[in-house]
Design a protein around this ligand. Structure first.
Ligand code: PMT
Length: 405
């Protein structure tokens, strides 16, 4: 899921921007609409407010809106800026760095990709000044959805009509999910710890921050995959992948992973799932009036093991990647886990080191696969994610047909 700023400028095509907003939402994106003063003369902000369920930004200097300098806050949080329709005036302002309203200020302040759908009279679109401005923007990396040809509102016939909403949404999707080696693949990643409640205020947990799994989810998305991230309770923000499902305990994570695994091409279990949970969590806070307290714990479901067994029994299922967090005999134990859980790759993680494993930005791993094991040097978790996905891609090529149930 992405956060998309949809700029609407004053053209007759402004009504089509409502469909663009709906199309983006249908694909799971959040949309914040920004209307220029002239756009509001074509369509009422209320229409966009009702569709996006967010306040529509119509004025840079609205009282109360500047407490945290909204255009700067939005500029750093959006994943994409779309302008549809974009008038010759707006294109001129973007090309020349003029920032005299919210939309043009946002353009200069954001580093997110920009997609512009021009719409204007045929002669205006062909005018040298407009052509030059479009070239300037293209040279800066701005992407365009070409206007369509046909009967224009001004009575002319020619090129200038706003592209159809579906085309604009498709162009946005291809920017958000660029063609990459994992394009069209569905990747499910489980990350972070699980918390097993002892009573209404206490739990058993572990030190996983989610960083390793988040890096894999982010890298898979960057390579074009459709990513679902199942995240345990972490304070680190998960990346803005297509779908993020928050869970708490091992049982919740088990349910969420199993529900989505059958549609996935690849499942990566980077989560530190609790192996044991209180057999019966207390309904009330456990009082401290006893000297010693004995907890009765029961095994949690082995999520990865269940996926491996299911695949073995049915002969179909996603490619499986597990992790093995160990403090001794790291690679030997990882190899044993790979066999035991019937998975394709196991990432052996020496968690006894202070610069690897839990709650740090770096990791040292050995990847154990069908052809043996490869030890990698200390590197960032993003790089480790890349190394793991390189091997996943190679295995997918060898097993091109992954059946979904
Ligand atoms: O989150 P970070 O702070 O970035 O830390 C990253 C990490 C250390 C958590 C990660 O790199 C890692 O090693 N994750 C696996 C931790 C773990 O639980 O390992 P394990 O050896 O106990 O489990 C083996 C595999 O089975 C793992 O893929 C695990 O997700 C899975 N498992 C374990 C128990 C269980 N009940 N169900 C499972 O699916």
């Amino acid at each position: 899921m992405a956060l998309i700023a949809l700029g609407v400028t004053g053209g007759i095509g402004a009504y089509k921007a409502v469909e663009v907003a709906r199309g983006l939402q249908k694909r799971g994106h959040e949309v914040v609409a920004i209307m220029t003063a002239s756009a509001t003369r074509f369509v009422g902000p209320l229409t966009f407010e009702a569709i996006t369920r967010r306040r529509v930004i119509t004025d840079q200097f609205e009282p109360g809106a500047n407490a945290d300098i909204e255009h700067i806050a939005l500029a750093s949080s959006i994943n994409l800026l779309i302008v549809a329709p974009a008038t010759a005036n707006l294109i001129g302002k973007f090309a020349n760095g003029l920032a005299d309203d919210f939309l043009s200020t946002l353009y200069t302040a954001t580093r997110a990709p920009v997609l512009v759908a021009p719409a204007m009279n045929t002669q205006m679109f062909a005018h040298e000044a407009v052509r030059r401005n479009l070239e300037t923007l293209a040279a800066r990396g701005v992407r365009f959805v070409e206007p369509g040809e046909g009967y224009l509102a001004c009575g002319w016939i020619g090129k200038g009509r706003l592209a159809e909403p579906d085309e604009i949404v498709a162009a946005a999707e291809s920017i958000l999910h660029p063609a990459g080696p994992l394009r069209g693949k569905r990747v499910l990643v489980a990350a972070g710890p699980t918390f097993e409640d002892l009573d209404p205020v206490r739990y058993l947990g572990n030190r996983s921050s989610g960083r390793m799994g988040f890096a894999i989810a982010e890298e898979a998305e960057r390579r074009g995959a459709d990513v679902t991230l199942v995240a345990g309770p972490t304070s680190v923000e998960p990346p803005a992948v297509r779908s993020v499902l928050r869970v708490r305990g091992a049982a919740d994570m088990h349910r969420a992973v199993l529900e989505h695994a059958s549609a996935a091409d690849v499942v990566v279990m980077a989560a530190a799932v609790a192996d044991y949970a209180p057999a019966e969590p207390a309904r009330q806070k456990i009082s401290k009036d006893v000297e010693t307290l004995t907890l009765v714990l029961k095994r949690t479901p082995d999520i990865l093991g269940n996926l491996g067994r299911q695949r073995l029994a049915s002969g179909k299922g996603p490619l499986l990647v597990g992790f093995a967090a160990e403090t001794e005999q790291v690679v030997e134990r990882a190899r044993a886990k790979r066999e035991e859980k019937h998975v394709d790759l196991i990432v052996a993680n020496d968690v006894s080191r202070s610069d690897a494993g839990f709650d740090v930005d770096t990791n040292v791993v050995t990847i154990v696969g069908p052809e043996g094991s490869e030890s990698l040097p200390l590197q960032s978790k993003s790089r480790v994610a890349g190394e793991i996905l390189d091997r996943v891609e190679r295995l997918l090529l060898k097993q091109p047909v992954v059946s979904h149930s």
